[in-house]
Design a protein around this ligand. Structure first.
Ligand code: ATP
Ligand code: MG
Ligand code: MG
Length: 353
């Protein structure tokens, strides 16, 4: 079969569609939002709600396999589609990754070490959690958070009321604030036969909860902790019989890697692999989903820098284009809002000018 369905309309779906097209696949995309940047490069697009069963059934019938670019596709949607067509990764990976409590319990069960955490279903539970974990701490909504949205930091217990209001009184989790040396992620791809490959871990720098840059080579502490973090992510992927790219975010601390969260999909911290690795995260995700042999994850040249273009950063595109060594990616979004990821720029084998 030669048609791949992608659920979700964001830039990850767009870059997956480009990779799929390069391998000769037709891409059909499905997303509820009015403006989908994945749809701009797909052969066919369905704009419909996640619970529209007749549109979902027609979409499934048109696709040979389906994947996701967004981890908050409702699990019921993936279960429904799975009755008609292979969906990779499957509903179980999404169900775990959609809920921070379920995710941390699952990962702890496989030997991972998250920051100390406690469930905060209501305001009273926040006081109990603070007594157990102490401050500073971070309150995060259980579900739907991304780019640091749905989070509030507590410097002292006196910040509890403000933090609870800041997350709109949603069910949440309280996490101890981790003092880390650096942040990194583990990106792996797992094929249908279970073969697993890893890209090199970059050092990831966040500003205001949003990824700002990924760079290689990473500091020594990340290279020292990469193997332990990889082993955990491989156990997770094996346990889920996962197919495709799986990402784990980690804090490199003096006493080892602390698991932050996982994403059952391609990831912003892997965008550098488009030009900086033999096979990119997007290409290998499509290869895995399609049942093709995996491509090499080797880094092609150092140094590598990936810089996100967020909000008004997009106005720097003309200057970036003037640097002939810079690979510019513009996501084609027309709604230019502060804090929105609108593109990225990558340098391989050279530093940014
Ligand atoms: P993403 O867009 O990666 O899905 P998210 O909204 O799910 O982001 P997190 O990854 O939980 O958010 O947090 C965003 C950033 O905030 C982290 O990358 C890290 O820089 C910081 N952060 C989160 N949790 C903690 C913690 N417990 N201690 C210290 N810093 C943290
Ligand atoms: Mg997240
Ligand atoms: Mg994160």
């Amino acid at each position: 079969g030669s048609t791949i369905g992608i659920l979700g309309g964001g830039q990850l779906g767009r870059m997956l569609a480009v990779a799929a097209a390069q391998l000769g696949y037709q891409v059909h995309s499905y997303a509820p939002e009015r403006e989908s940047v994945a749809a701009q490069v797909a052969a066919h697009h369905v704009q419909a709600a996640w619970d529209d069963e007749s549109r979902l059934a027609a979409f499934a019938a048109a696709c040979d396999r389906v994947t996701i670019e967004f981890e908050n596709v409702p699990v019921d949607t993936v279960r429904f589609l799975s009755g008609h067509v292979a969906v990779r990764p499957g509903a179980q990976a999404l169900e775990i990754a959609q809920d921070r409590l379920t995710e941390k319990q699952f990962v702890t069960g496989l030997g991972g070490r998250p920051a100390p955490f406690a469930a905060v279903p209501d305001r009273a539970a926040l006081d109990t959690a603070l007594a157990a974990i102490g401050a500073p701490a971070i309150l995060k909504t259980l579900r739907m958070g991304y780019d640091g949205k749905g989070q509030a930091r507590l410097a002292t217990p006196a910040d509890a009321d403000a933090a609870w209001e800041a997350i709109d009184r949603h069910a949440a989790i309280l996490e101890g604030f981790v003092t880390f040396a650096h942040e990194f992620s583990v990106l792996l791809v797992r094929g249908i036969d279970g073969e697993t490959r890893f890209w090199d871990s970059s050092v990831n720098v966040h500003k205001d909860g949003i990824l700002a840059t990924s760079a290689l080579p990473p500091p020594q502490i990340i290279r020292d902790q990469q193997d332990e973090a990889r082993a955990l992510m491989a156990r997770i992927a094996d346990d889920l019989d996962y197919v495709g790219v799986l990402t784990g975010e980690f804090f490199a601390c003096q006493d080892g890697p602390i698991f932050n969260e996982m994403a059952p999909r391609v990831h912003n911290s892997g965008h550098w692999t488009i030009e900086g690795a033999v096979a990119s995260q997007f290409e290998n995700h499509i290869r895995a989903v399609a049942g093709l042999p995996l491509g090499s994850t080797a880094t092609t040249a150092l140094p590598v820098t990936m810089r996100n273009l967020i909000g008004s950063d997009i106005t720097t595109v003309p200057a970036l284009l003037a640097d002939g060594a810079c690979h510019v990616h513009h996501y084609g979004k027309t709604d230019v809002r502060a804090g929105r990821k609108l593109g990225h720029a990558t340098w391989v084998g050279t530093n940014p000018a």
